[in-house]
Design a protein around this ligand. Structure first.
Ligand SMILES: [Mn+2]
Length: 291
């Protein structure tokens, strides 16, 4: 299948699976200028998607990300939208024929999107997407997924997309391995130095920590193990991420939904302003006093 110059993609910002969706879009002829990376918060995606339908004639693809049920209702009337997601919080959208929700979370967003666009048994992205899928769904059985993710956090989403357009393989090149070696060491040092506050809430042991966004998943996993937590709450300047401990029975997506967010059972998030009632900067401005 070949995409048209009028087609657009909105996908998950700051996530290797979102980068995978952009790689798939470009692979099938999509225009680089028509890609938007967006935080997975409904209020941000909804306005981008509705605005896109007012301005452009082609098809709008939403991948590894979802709109709210209210926005889906609106988009359903407008048409020319295709949505591919595997987040638990997207399940209410499964009733629409244009929404393809992988209900059992057996495929990441970029694999779903690849399968949907691939009409000619193309296999050129299979190895790359396998590694992305392995990391995104926290399977951790692929030999390249961890180092590929280290490269992603080192160079950032847009450079990662460019790199995979040039070299669509999960194996790192020699110069990449060199950079990743230092990134891995820096990340580990950062994670081990984090100041974790552990609190008991009823039957649950919960950790709280301020953490750089790009280290959220690795830090969450490390902290849950180290402090034997049910889950960990990781805060950065505008979002709150939740990561469940390996043996936790709690559902992070349900907790995130209370604050207007969403995600998976083991990993979810929401905007910090929904917890504070205002943005972090507004909170600081209000509390600030001259010494
Ligand atoms: Mn994903």
């Amino acid at each position: 299948m070949t995409l048209s110059n009028e087609d657009h993609l909105i996908t998950h910002a700051g996530c290797m699976d979102g980068a995978g969706c952009a790689i798939v879009f470009l692979h099938f002829g999509g225009n680089k200028d028509n890609i938007q990376f967006c935080s997975p918060a409904h209020e941000r995606i909804d306005s981008k998607a509705i605005d896109n339908r007012k301005r452009f004639a082609g098809t709008l693809y939403l991948a590894d990300i979802s709109v709210s049920p209210a926005a889906a209702e609106q988009l359903d009337k407008v048409g020319s939208v295709r949505l591919y997601d595997h987040h638990k919080s997207a399940l209410p959208l499964a009733k629409y024929s244009w929404c393809h929700i992988n209900e059992d979370n057996s495929l990441c967003g970029s694999k779903l999107f690849y399968q949907a666009l691939n009409r000619s048994a193309d296999v050129s992205l299979v190895d790359l997407l396998d590694a992305i899928d392995d990391r995104d769904r926290w399977v951790n059985g692929n030999p390249y997924s961890q180092s590929l993710h280290e490269l992603f956090s080192l160079i950032g989403q847009e450079a990662f997309v460019e790199r995979c357009r040039q070299h669509p393989y999960p194996q790192l090149l020699e110069h990449e391995l060199y950079g990743v070696h230092f990134e891995t060491a820096r990340k580990q040092q950062y994670i081990e130095g984090l100041n974790v506050i552990v609190r008991q809430f009823g039957a649950y042991r919960i950790g709280f920590v301020a953490c750089e966004k790009r280290y959220t998943s690795d830090a969450g996993h490390f902290i849950c193990e180290k402090f034997n937590l049910d889950y960990c709450v990781l805060v950065n300047s505008d979002t709150v991420s939740l990561r469940a401990g390996t043996s936790s029975l709690l559902d992070m997506a349900t907790i995130a939904k209370r604050y207007g967010g969403g995600g998976h059972k083991g990993a979810a998030g929401f905007l910090l302003k929904h917890l504070l009632g205002k943005s972090l900067v507004d909170q600081v401005v209000e509390s600030f006093q001259l010494p």
